[in-house]
Design a protein around this ligand. Structure first.
Ligand code: CP
Ligand code: NVA
Length: 307
């Protein structure tokens, strides 16, 4: 694999290997060890949208591995695909840096970058998907459950980029995802079918959040208003009424249920403060594992050293 654009495109063995490297490096770095497999290498990080976790965790991961990053805001380069075509950006950057990470609105921007770049391209979130998040989520789930096979995840809310990558991850890792969304906000049928094609029956869409959580091992939610949808905010808040992950909904699930959220969390909207702060929450383990997964991903894609 040259690039990391969508979990759906990656062979399961490649994803499992990334998790094994994540676990190994997580232990290694925990005890203050360091290594330099990306010494002298540079990652260009292109961001069309804001970020806390992705930006900082990629930067820390590159530093850990002895490499460097260059943070690029679209306005620095006259817009991605505006001052010059995406394919030219890809080819020019490939002459300077050893990897490109991009967070963009259009998913086609990252696929176009990957097509023309001669260096690895990593999807750091598009309107369509968020594969680094979903892989960090699988790492987190593997840490909290002895056996992930057959685990039931209830995703409550918007059938968005995070939900889609989670569906693809469930298909590859043998978990079952039930998405509960209000009408008009479901995950598209094609993505559900793609997940179910990999693992029959692993993804389904319903409308009732109580039904979704009643036998769930994990309840997952994400914002109702993704980056770029700010002008729909009032309508979305009204349309998602009744879909908040609050204590009442959590009580409808088994007592041991774990709570996940990719963050940032909008307390009082898709999730209550009590649920974020509850002992069942593994939300900050998820955030931490972005670093551990991405360190492994960078090492795997950008290092020539056999690992
Ligand atoms: N979860 C996530 O990707 O967070 P950021 O938007 O802060 O990077
Ligand atoms: N669905 C959210 C995820 C943020 C990490 C968004 O795209 O804004």
């Amino acid at each position: 694999m040259k690039d990391f654009l969508s979990i759906h495109d990656c062979p399961t063995e490649f994803l499992k290997e990334l998790l094994r490297i994540s676990v190994r490096l997580k232990r290694f770095y925990r005890y203050g060890s360091s290594e330099n497999s990306l010494a002298g290498k540079t990652l260009a990080m292109l961001f069309e949208k804001p970020s806390l976790r992705t930006r900082i965790s990629f930067q820390v991961a590159m530093t850990d591995l002895g490499g460097h990053v260059i943070y690029v805001k679209p306005e620095d380069i006259g817009g991605i695909g505006k001052r010059e075509p995406v394919k030219d950006i890809a080819r020019v950057l490939s002459r300077y840096v050893d990897g490109i990470m991009a967070r963009t609105f259009e998913h086609s921007t990252v696929t176009e970058l990957a097509k023309y770049a001669t260096v690895p391209v990593i999807n750091a979130l598009t309107d369509w998907s968020h594969p680094c998040q979903a892989m960090a989520d699988v790492l987190t789930i593997e840490e909290h459950f002895d056996d992930t096979k057959g685990l039931k995840i209830a995703f409550i809310g918007d059938g968005n980029n995070v939900a889609r990558s989670l569906a693809f991850a469930c298909a590859k890792f043998g978990m079952k995802l039930t998405i509960a969304s209000p009408s008009g906000y479901e995950l598209d049928k094609e993505s559900i079918e793609q997940a179910n094609h990999v693992l029959a029956g692993c993804a389904c869409q319903i409308s009732d959040p109580v039904e979704a959580v009643k036998d769930a091992n994990i309840i997952y939610t994400d914002t109702w208003v993704s980056m770029g949808q700010e002008n729909e905010k009032q309508k979305r808040i009204a349309d998602f009424k009744g879909y908040q992950v609050d204590e009442k909904l959590v009580k409808a699930a088994p007592q041991s249920v774990k709570i996940m959220h990719c963050l940032p969390a909008y307390r009082g909207f898709e999730i209550s403060d009590e649920v974020v702060e509850s002992p069942n929450s593994i939300i900050f383990d998820q955030a931490e594992n972005r670093l551990h997964f991405q360190r492994a991903l960078l090492k795997k894609l950008m290092s020539q050293i056999e690992i």
